[in-house]
Write a protein that binds this ligand. Structure first.
Ligand code: URA
Ligand code: CA
Length: 434
């Protein structure tokens, strides 16, 4: 077998065999096949696509390329949740304790943020002393005893995907449906969950800008999951504006706590109830979505969801005091109000621009090596559909270092589109794909 022939075959739109894919991906992961050949192959896939069988093979090959996590010592059906990436996506912080309070085991491994998107692990580290590095035994014991553990990724999960994703990132081959689907699902399969709930984002702030593409991505991932024996459901949700109001680590922790208290933003609350319902049904804790939703609402109303969050924090060494008194979380020294430049209605809030603005203030990493400031970020004051007057506050920037403040403010202003007509507000949840 020669990489050249495999590239050419795909370039001509022909179907690759599992053996060919395995040869290519394994050779690449081991460093025997160079970047330039995989780049050409990825570009051929970008234009010619992969069919269902090829996508399934690629997923399995990448899932098996490194460590796989064994969660079989945890009782019950382990349901993982994954978002295709968003800005100010605080859902995991809310969902993990909410679902665990309903007695579904939550064994969550999360990552750090990069670029304009945040990571759950960074967010949790804004809680003083919270420890995200658990041993395998601590992780499993916590889930068995408290129904919950959230830890940083350990082991070398799907290294083939890691290498290929980095290559796609610099060769304009990220936004290919079969490549995204196999990338995400390979990691989910390697991390050992029994069932998977996917939050597929659509809109200006997402990989998939259009509904049709998001739906195809969702269907592709659901098929992969179900074919490898992991019950998978996908919720297609809006990312035409950031979720909730807060974008930034400690700011989002505060927003998550408010949501667990029943006092959070409507969109964030609704998305958590929708995703949570799917998780409880997949986990066989509730018989249908209606029953699941009632259980989740009850956990918020009776305080058990917030209690579960505190239990997790304390179990992983964190300061529960900071949950009870939010002023003890990292606070930015300064803030700057950003004001509307004209009268009208908020038409759109480009999520990516808001994320970049928060990153410029120090909330996100420009490169993997950058250090971040957990206290800083952006809080939106107006969302799509709201009316504003010229000079009225649309957002607040929280910052410690004013080096890029001017750019961050301009970025934020460029995120907001204001027009004279009242827009139609997109639905938050479009569809559930099973
Ligand atoms: N997220 C991933 O993990 N992989 C992709 O290809 C795109 C988004
Ligand atoms: Ca948010």
């Amino acid at each position: 077998m020669r990489p050249y022939d495999i590239i050419k075959k795909k370039r001509e739109g022909k179907k690759l065999t599992e053996k060919e894919l395995d040869f290519l991906i394994e050779g690449y992961t081991k460093g025997e096949i160079p970047d330039y050949q995989l780049s050409a192959w990825a570009m051929a896939v970008f234009f010619q696509g992969l069919d269902e069988e090829e996508t399934a093979s690629l997923t399995e090959i990448m899932a098996q390329s490194g460590d796989t996590i064994d969660l079989s010592k945890i009782k019950g059906i382990k349901v993982d949740k994954h978002s295709t990436g968003g800005v100010g996506d605080t859902t995991t912080l809310v969902l993990a304790p909410l679902v665990a309070a309903c007695k579904a085991p939550v064994a969550k491994m999360s990552g750090r943020g990069l670029g304009h998107t945040g990571g759950t692990i960074d967010k949790l580290e804004s809680i003083p002393d919270f420890d995200v590095s658990l041993t395998q035994k601590e992780f499993i014991d916590s889930v068995n005893e408290q129904h919950i553990a959230v830890a940083g990724q350990t082991g070398d999960l799907a290294p083939a995907d890691k290498k290929l994703y980095a290559l796609r990132d610099v060769t304009a081959t990220v936004d290919s449906i079969p490549l995204i689907a196999s990338s995400i699902m390979s990691k989910k399969i390697a991390s050992g969950a029994d069932a998977i709930t996917l939050d597929v984002k659509v809109g200006s702030g997402a990989f998939m800008k259009e509904y049709e593409g998001a739906k195809e991505l969702a269907q592709t991932m659901v098929k992969i999951g179900n074919n490898v024996g992991r019950n998978t459901v996908a919720v297609i949700s809006d990312m035409d504006q950031p979720l909730g109001f807060a974008v930034g680590n400690a700011l989002e922790v505060k927003e998550a706590i408010k949501t667990l208290q029943g006092d959070g933003p409507t969109d964030l609350t609704e998305l958590c109830l929708t995703l949570g319902s799917q998780m409880l049904v997949l986990g066989e804790v509730a018989k249908d979505e209606k029953e699941a939703r009632a259980q989740l609402e009850e956990a918020i109303d009776d305080g058990s969801a917030l209690e579960k969050f505190k239990e997790m924090i304390s179990n992983q060494g964190g300061s529960v005091g900071a949950i009870e008194d939010l002023d003890l979380l990292p606070q930015a020294k300064n803030k700057l109000e950003v004001k509307a430049s004209t009268d009208g209605y908020i038409q759109r809030i480009k999520a990516e621009e808001v994320g970049i603005s928060a990153m410029m203030l120090g909330a996100g990493r420009e490169t993997k090596e950058s250090t971040i400031d957990l206290a800083v970020g952006v809080k939106l004051a107006k969302k799509v559909g709201d009316e504003v007057a010229k000079g009225e506050k649309i957002a607040t920037l929280y910052f410690n270092d004013d080096q890029q403040l001017k750019e961050a403010k301009e970025k934020l202003l460029s995120a907001y589109q204001i027009s004279s007509e009242k827009p139609e507000v997109a639905p938050l949840v479009y569809e559930v794909i099973k």
